[in-house]
Design a protein around this ligand. Sequence first.
Ligand code: ASP
Ligand code: MG
Length: 408
Amino acid sequence: MKFGGTSVANLERMRVAASYVKEEVDRGNEVIVIVSAMAGETNKLVETVNSVSPYFDAREYDAVVSSGENVTAGILALILQDMRIPARSWQGWQVPITTTSSHSSAQIMDIATDNLNAKFQEGLKVAVVAGFQGISQENRTTTLGRGGSDLTAVAFAAKFDCERCDIFTDVDGIYTADPRIVFKARKLNRIAYDEMLELASLGAKVLQTRSVQMAMAHQVPVYVRSSFSRKPGTLVCNEDEKMENRTISGIAHSRDEAKISIISVADRPGVAATIFGALSDKGINVDMIVQNISESGRTDITFSCPIEHAPIAKKSLLDAKKDNLANFKDIVLDLEVCKVSVVGIGMRSQSGVAAKMFAILANEGINIKVISTSEIKISVLVDRKYMELAVQALHDKFELHANRITPK
Ligand code: ASP
Ligand code: MG
């Protein structure tokens, strides 16, 4: 059972969280609980580090930023003990959760089971583990990247062969679109790992992307539910017949994208490699890419990236030009775009989804700037001012509100 920041925001919320844990214990289960820091706490710690030094040492960043979870783990254990439930807390190093040394974005290498299992043997009912953190081979505390306690939870569920991984949050599941944008958005009872993976990486914020990858790789059923309501949640699991029959499952959006066009680059082998090499050296997360048809040996290349990466992207391209590594005429930045995507495993077996999507957008007078696809998703870049309209129109015309099963 994993409780996110809002579910452990204060003592009152932690008592509610403990009551959910108690229910599982009363059913005869042994429980591993993974906790986040209290809501807002990690952000505060990050700000504090930044205010001391913008060029901080990543090892000390992790020492500070991981601390929020230590507090919630200890307090939740105390609350559970108070309810006469045998409970004990663990920090990452105590388990230990061993990770790589890439501080602030470490990968889990292994989770030891002996320590916790020995305690369960002795009668422990609940192990409360601080999420988001681990220990490197150099014996330093690491963190797994923002939102990383989802990953901790799924990794424990896999390692301990748990029946399920329940992720408690402040929304009651995965919706067909963001309910704040689409009034008629519908909660899905089940969603396939592949679809959840696309939705998470395309902007749905409920689950961390890496945790979905891990769940899929280890076949961990993940149940997303709210600690604020008793409504049933959404099960993330293998695809089934019913899911395959729906055309699309959800619409994702990501507001803060940038589009960058490199005008008139030479159309010959190695040019794209140089350009995108320069961008990747600076850690820029390039997403969609299009290259125009070449006329007279020159072409334009357009790509998208998160808006906060745009200034560095521009600078690294100009630097590459100055150093004669890349030769182009101009760079054009468009900072007023967003990405809207439709996702569904049904696309594998149904044709015409792209045509329908483009027609719906055209009908609203929305111009498409860049397109990219995978087997189960189509993403378009459009002007940001049309984001809500695009999401609403697609949701409406694909009839996502109407739990409708389309025959194959
Ligand atoms: N507290 C960490 C964060 O805010 C980890 C997590 O909550 O998943 O990113
Ligand atoms: Mg989270």
